[in-house]
Design a binder for this molecule. Sequence first.
Ligand code: SF4
Length: 615
Amino acid sequence: MAVAIAEVFESDGVLLVEAGTGTGKTLAYLVPAILSGHRVLLSTGTKQLQDQIYNKDLPTLRDVLQVRFTATYMKGRGNYLCLHRLDAFHAGEELLSPVDRGHFASIEEWAEQTSTGDRTEIEDLPDDLPFWGDISATSENCIGTECPQYDACFVTQMRRQAAESDLVIVNHHLLCADAAVRQSDYGEVIPACHYAVIDEAHQLEDVATQYFGVSISPRRFERLTRDAHRYIDRDLEHTPEEAKPVRAVIDLAERYAEVFFGAARMCLSSVDRMRIDPDTLAPVAESGHRLASTLRSLDAPLARITERSEDLHSLGRRASELANHLDFVLEAADPGFVYFLERRGQGLFLRASPVDVSAIIRKLLLDRMRATILTSATLAVDGSFDYQRVRLGISNAIEVRLEPEFDYAKQTVLYLPEEMPEPRASNFTQAAATEIAGLLEATRGRAFVLFTSHANLREVHRLITDSVAFPLLVQGTAPRSVLLRNFKATPNGVLLATSSFWQGVDVSGDTLSCVIIDKLPFATPDDPITAARIQAITEGGGNPFAEYQVPLAILSLLQGMGRLIRHRKDRGVLSILDPRVLTKGYGQRFLASLPPAPIVRSVKDVRKFLDLQGM
Ligand code: SF4
């Protein structure tokens, strides 16, 4: 892999590499990147991998290679403090709760000393600190070179450091956010790089879908109006005749926003995500357009006073961008986008996401590079990279698949129960619960049971609570990191979880000896993005099931199953309870993509394997 990467760095082009867990994939791209003499952009799917590269792998390589190189670790702009907004925020400090006032005092003290402005340096700062959005360095609020704090700004300093570094380490969220703002020519932080390594590349399509679209939310609107009041109070304090018309427009916009978002919330009824079109939006269209035109009408009173402050100027820019986005979503007319309403916790979002991101990825990422390496433990579907090439817009690429590092034939068995009903059958969950209880008995717990839906998880949990003697840890009862820590610390523990645990979870050793998957993880066809992609492939004359749904499910399944064997000494049992893997024609594609573990059909054989392994 390292040689193939070094060659592509020399000759330019795109390289796709599938390298399973344990192959030393990270070192295999870091070494040629360091030795290439080029500035290389490294993008990971997760912050954990970014941390590992920057804090562990690079220091090791510095010692081993005896080569001097520099690296910059860049997180998304929202992680950093904006000094300019911190100054402006002091005015609203008295409105904070006593607890938040304490957090604000810690931030002020830390701001005096920090050299990075990265909020993770402050211990105990809650993830959902209510006012962090008011003082963070997001591109939406940044006034760039007009900022009085521009030189001292943490983002400016990070960008300058990155521009002089040999390695620039980002994650896909920042990579895509940066490429998206590059389209509007504002707020870009990643310096120009012509060589890139995209690790965990199987996540790129999803992340790109999030960032290359449009999102409207009450929170986005409230951030705008809060800033507006703050800037009016500060900059127009002595000219009330100028403040009055601006405040009048903001007040009116707030009233329209309340009506609009209230009506939008009503549209969602009981579902969390709903596709929208001009018909479904009809009840909210009038109030939405009224809100958009009110936001645009800020232009007139602001035009007379923008020279007074760059913040007021940027307020006008943000208001008209929000108005344009609002109209774009309300019209729901661009066939390249899928429009939907979404509820997340207490949050409401109206979104427009690109149906196909391949052309965007090609134009904004791949075409800007001389050489790009895309790698992951799971890229190929039944031996072919075609799926990724289509989804990521890759026409010509060199392809490399490394042999698995583990001896799956010896380290694992794949248990497929003899008799399971079809997943749609009413007795499926009961049968799954019985199988799970039997398997856990054989493995003495030490298992991840991964579900495709919260409903299945809850029902199976209810059914096995009394019959399973091992500690059950259930997703939703504690934060993800706490659950994982508890799982590692709990002898014979069993973790019941859904999609967020299917990837990026690393537990090696006998603590995790079994991974059970309840159903083949097909994306729900009711999901707006999935539905739009299925529709687009159908309209293009393709077969969405074979070309999109099955490959996507295979990659998810491989991620889930990949939790079991993380090390050459790991052993254990994989199990898929969904009979379609054997009864349906497409099941063969799943089996052909899985690691070559011997198939067993009874719990007795599972026990035999465990006994042989001394487990
Ligand atoms: S340049 Fe932008 S991010 Fe930096 S301090 Fe100024 S407004 Fe904040």
